[in-house]
Every structure is written in C-alpha cells, then in structure tokens.
Design a protein around this ligand. Structure first.
Ligand code: FAD
Length: 312
C-alpha cells in the first residue's frame, strides 16, 4: 500500500496552499499514510499549519540553519534520506517544486513524474503535454519510489481540521557547498498571490503601456483580485515577469479570471484552463479569447473598465 511523503512549500513561516493541494493528490492514491516534511531553520509555525491539513498522519520537521532558504541542492539530499520507507514523494509543480523535485528524483535514481493532474493507479498518472493540448498517461516503474510534482491547478486544497502528530526527524545527509543562497529578489505586493488567488484580473498588450496598467490594478483592487498579464505585456515592459500567466508563466485556477486586452493565444490559455468563470474584454469581436470566455464584453477597455468599476 502507498505511503506518501509531501515536501512542504513555505515562505516567511507560512505554509503555501500548494502543500494542501499535494495532500489532495496523495489522497487519490488511498494511501496507508500521508506525511508532510517541513525543512526550515525553525519549522515550528509551518509544522503547526501543516498538522491542521486533514488527512495528514505525521508532520516531520527538520530544523537546520542550512534550511533557512529553499535551496534545492541543500534540501534534496535530506529529502532523499527521509524518503526511505515511502512509496511516493510529492512536491508541488510550482517554481519551488520544479526546482527541487528533479534533484530528489536524481538522488533516488529515478525519473520524475511531472505535473500530475490525475491518478489512475499507484504508479499510473495523467499529465498534460503540448501546452495542455493533449493529456498522456504515464507509468512509473513499480520497483522505485515515485517522485512526482503535482499540478496545483488540478487539485483542490485539502480541508483544514486535521490534527497530525508533529515529530522532529533527524537526517544524516552531507550537504553540498557548491550552491549557496545569495539573496531573494521578489516583488512586494499587498494584492493576493497570483497562484492561489480566487480572482485574477490580467492585462495584455491591449492595455498599451506600463502607466495604463493602473486601470487594471485599480479594477483588480475593486474585486480584491490578484493581477496577472500576458507574455506580450510582460515582454513590452508593462509589468514584471512574475505576473505572466500561461505556458511559460504561471498555471492558475482561480474561480474568476478577467482577461483585459488579451487576444487568447493558446500559450496564454494553457495557463487558465482550470479557471472557473472566464470574462474577456476586448475591442475585437473576433479575438480567440471569446471562444473560451464564459462572458465576453466587446468594447474599448478604457471605456468599459471604468464603467464596470463604477457599477461594482
Ligand atoms: P496580442 O495578441 O497582441 O493581443 C492584444 C489584444 O488586445 C488584441 O486582441 C486586441 O484586440 C486587444 N486590444 C487592443 N487594444 C484594446 C483596447 N483598447 N480595448 C480592448 N481590447 C484591446 N503568452 C502568454 O500570455 N503567456 C505565456 O506563458 C506564453 N508563453 C509562450 C511560449 C511560447 C513558446 C511562445 C511561442 C509564445 C508564448 N506566449 C505566451 C505568447 C503568445 O503566443 C502571445 O503572443 C501572447 O499571449 C499575446 O499576448 P496578448 O494577448 O496580450 O497580445
């Protein structure tokens, strides 16, 4: 029977919602147990949060100053050691997990299963390919631990209300010195996190300039939404790269997605396939975004948005 170890993603003492999504994926295996491991300088606060995720049996903590920052090359040898006794090791397919899990897989001598969107059996998984235009079924070797990243847009967060045991784990792993933490350059924003927000408002090339993007930010603030962008908007310098939604940006699954001045290229749509209601505002009635939008508004965004905002 399966026994799953999930690597907790966290920052500034807070558990990322992606971890509870990995728990949902693990539950689909009907495993004997699901454990979460928290590697940090001081894992206490994150472990307390992780213990409340329903369905988790044990939270294992590894307190080490070397774990103060999520450096894949430092975390991976510890996770590879802790994987002993588990049939599956899951991490989220966020930037954190995409960086870390291949290192874990390599140390365990196996190939990673990426972007798990459905579980067909203990070693059989579905995942998207070709920018989400096709789904393939992959089978992992039965004689190896399965190391996988979980496509967070495909799984809901497991409920809260759990009461897992928290225990300190001791790991004897030699940590490499060839990769070290230098610093974190991240944008600061009071808006909701793009990857976990329930509402997202995105602007595209149609917004026209960095200054014009204020109209998108204002509208998003009115809705309490996170702000995203198309790649064309990012490439044109209207907004930072971390806001990009799509194949080479963030894959998101908000309840509401509002696309403003975005044409609806396939690479953009890949990022919002799992969104609930999609609203498109575009002055071109033939724009492909209208083919997938639940609600389409044909009009000039500079007229439509202030009207909508006033109505809200
Ligand atoms: P455009 O296609 O130029 O569309 C702008 C839209 O704004 C038009 O439909 C226009 O009618 C409308 N508009 C203009 N003015 C107004 C106005 N005043 N009011 C209302 N509407 C207006 N793209 C992504 O977004 N994310 C990705 O991750 C991504 N990855 C890629 C990966 C690869 C390998 C490749 C090749 C491409 C990728 N792209 C990605 C780029 C993608 O193909 C498109 O070029 C891009 O999504 C277009 O962005 P856009 O819709 O903002 O711009």
């Amino acid at each position: 029977m399966a026994k799953v170890l999930i690597v907790a993603e966290h920052l500034d003492g807070k558990l990322n919602a992606s971890t509870a999504k990995c728990v949902s994926a693990a539950q689909a295996l009907s495993p004997e147990a699901i454990d979460i491991v928290v590697l940090a300088a001081d894992p206490a606060a994150v472990a307390t949060e992780a213990a409340q995720v329903a369905g988790v049996a044990n939270v294992r903590t590894v307190a080490n100053t070397a774990n103060a920052n999520a450096v894949a090359q430092i975390l991976a040898p510890q996770i590879a050691k802790l994987a002993d006794g588990y049939s599956h090791v899951f991490g989220p397919s966020t930037t954190f997990g995409k960086d870390l899990m291949p290192c874990v897989a390599a140390l365990l001598g196996t190939a990673q299963v990426s972007d798990v969107m459905a579980i067909e059996g203990s070693h059989t998984f579905k995942r998207p390919i070709y920018a989400g235009n096709a789904i393939i079924t992959v089978e992992a070797p039965a004689d190896h631990v399965v190391v996988a990243t979980v496509r967070t847009a495909s799984w809901p967060e497991a409920a809260k209300g759990g009461n897992a045991a928290v225990e300190a784990a001791s790991v004897e792993a030699s940590l490499p010195t060839h990769t070290r933490y230098v610093g974190l350059a991240a944008g600061k924003s009071d808006r909701p996190d793009l990857q976990s927000a329930r509402r997202v408002v995105s602007g595209g090339r149609g917004v026209g300039s960095e200054g014009n993007f204020k109209i998108v930010y204002d509208f998003a603030d009115k809705l309490g939404a996170a702000v995203g962008a198309s790649r064309a908007a990012v490439d044109a310098g209207y907004c930072p790269n971390e806001m990009q939604v799509g194949q080479t940006g963030k894959i998101i699954a908000p309840d509401l997605y509002v696309a403003i001045g975005i044409s609806g290229a396939i690479q953009h749509l890949t990022g919002i396939k799992d969104a609930g209601t999609i609203v498109a505002i575009n002055k071109d009635a033939e724009a492909p975004i209208f083919e997938i939008a639940d609600i389409g508004l044909v009009g000039d965004l500079f007229t439509v948005l202030p009207e909508l905002q006033a109505a809200l």
